[in-house]
Design a protein around this ligand. Structure first.
Ligand code: SIN
Length: 491
């Protein structure tokens, strides 16, 4: 896949630290691969400890000025950034598709989705309000201010290389924090382009810094930020084991943390559901980004009374999905992120079949003109809790169907996981809707709806899916702390 852009300067290969785009201090380079075949697309800086330190120095130096700027000025800057993202959306979508493998129509959607967070937080920037507490003692005033926490380290995943970094950087900048960012090693180009647009929008030097690093060098970068007491917050989207590591290691400097971690989302179709709507919702939530999202259904529970009907309708739709190169208009399922991802999907399907599941459609690797890292959209029936795909995130286009007989039984299964990010269910019984929505142990519940993410809603999990919320009016809180002022002698 080639990367032809209208605005070639969006393709960056260096770190932005302070006012300077610069190579890694050690001069090392990291290959960025085409996910379809692993071939090198281009290279970026492979950064280490020295680069991480310089980025933290720059962010720390910029904080005093940035945090004191009027909220309206920060908001205007975010508005300019938003406008530039939209102006360059076609190029940004091309970069996303090239390095991540989403089909172009989804990449365009991701640009809109990420831009919406920037627009949202531009508006929220001017609505940060504290409290004046009712006087408890005559002659004493008690006030609560909200202040930016300081330097924020944003560590972002490969599956939404634009939206995930936008929804971390935008609230941080909105409240007056400065940022050091490290995008995933698989997808650094989108993040670099986004930061370049922020620079064009006028974000002052040092307010937003980015370093890129390989899988091997990433721990070096992150360890510097973990140990640096000037970095007051870490915001991370990624796996639960890495989230736990960050929580443990940031304890020595007691940083504030937002962790958006793994999921194992149940999708429940009750016997009273509108089956067409349920199929539609499952198509939207399961096959978005080829099933490579933390919120996509991993376990699909269908009531025995509607099981066969539902499976037939679903298999028809899934079997018709077009697998193809991300750059090709009309592709619906692009390549997986790399060969390891395809191997994991194949292992899950093989394990399920060995334990008694049956493939209704798909169930095999696919090679396209672009390369071998594809997997056919798959429906499996006869899934059971003993299968690997029931307890591990498959992160691929595989829909395993579990049959159930009662509401209590399915709630038990749905909650029988350490994860708690998203859940979905379809029912037309209003009493059941409230019962089930309250019984599900997740941060997000889709009720008769498969497309749940939006800038206006709080995104985040419970249990081992992490803590903190991104988006919505709550999304600023993670970047703020409260300062209580008590003034006496006023009578
Ligand atoms: C994720 O997969 O981590 C995020 C997906 C989303 O924002 O919808």
């Amino acid at each position: 896949m080639s990367l032809q852009l209208s605005h070639a300067a969006l393709l960056r290969g260096q770190n932005l630290i302070g006012a300077q785009w610069q190579p890694a201090a050690r001069g090392e380079r990291l290959d960025v691969a085409n996910p379809a075949d692993g071939a090198t697309l281009t290279q970026v800086a492979d950064s280490g400890a020295e680069d991480a330190r310089r980025a933290a120095d720059a962010a720390h130096a910029a904080f005093a000025d940035w945090s004191r700027r009027p909220a309206r000025e920060r908001a205007r800057l975010l508005q300019r950034w938003h406008a530039l993202i939209l102006e360059h959306q076609e190029d940004l979508a091309r970069i996303i598709s090239a390095e991540q493998g989403k089909p172009m129509h989804e990449s365009r959607g991701e640009v809109q989705y990420g831009a919406a967070y920037v627009e949202w937080f531009a508006a929220e920037a001017v609505r940060i309000c504290g409290d004046i507490v009712a006087e408890a003692v005559p002659g004493r005033k008690m006030l609560v201010l909200k202040e930016p926490v300081g330097v924020v380290a944003a560590i972002t995943p490969w599956n939404f290389p634009l939206a995930m970094i936008a929804r971390k950087i935008a609230p941080a900048l909105a409240v007056g924090c400065t940022v050091v960012a490290k995008p995933a090693e698989d997808t650094p180009l989108t993040a670099l382009a986004l930061v370049y647009l922020a620079e064009l929008a006028g974000v002052p030097a040092g307010v937003l810094n980015i370093v890129t690093a390989s899988r091997e060098r990433t721990p070096e970068v992150v360890d510097v930020w973990l140990a640096d007491s000037r970095v007051r917050k870490i915001t991370f989207t990624g796996s639960t084991p890495v989230g736990k590591h960050l929580a443990r290691e940031s304890a020595s400097t007691l940083k504030k943390l937002s962790l958006e971690l793994g999921g194992n989302a149940p999708f429940i179709v009750f016997e009273d559901a509108d089956l067409d709507a349920a199929v539609e919702g499952l198509m939207a939530s399961k096959f978005r980004n080829g099933g490579q999202t933390c919120v996509c259904p991993n376990r699909i529970y269908v009531h025995e009374a509607v099981h066969d009907d539902f499976v037939e309708r679903l298999a028809r739709r899934v079997g018709a999905l077009k697998v193809g190169p991300a750059s090709e208009e009309g592709s619906q399922i692009g390549p997986m992120i790399n060969a390891r991802a395809v191997d994991k999907i194949a292992r899950h399907v093989e394990d399920a079949v060995a334990r008694g599941a049956r493939v209704v459609t798909g169930g095999k690797r696919v090679r396209t003109a672009d390369g071998p890292h594809y997997y056919a959209p798959t429906v499996l029936i006869g899934a059971t809790p003993q299968m690997a795909l029931s307890c591990e995130e498959t992160f691929g286009p595989v829909a395993p169907i579990f049959r159930f007989a009662s509401e209590d039984e399915v709630i038990g299964h749905a909650n029988d996981t350490p994860f708690g990010l998203a859940a979905y269910f379809y029912s037309n019984d209003v009493r059941r809707i409230w019962r089930v929505a309250q019984a599900l142990e997740t941060g997000i519940v889709g009720i008769n709806e498969g497309a749940i993410a939006a800038e206006a809603a709080p995104f985040g999990g419970v249990k081992e899916s992490g803590y903190g919320r991104e988006g919505s009016r709550h999304g600023l809180d993670d970047y703020l702390h409260l300062k209580y002022l008590c003034q006496g002698q006023l009578d």
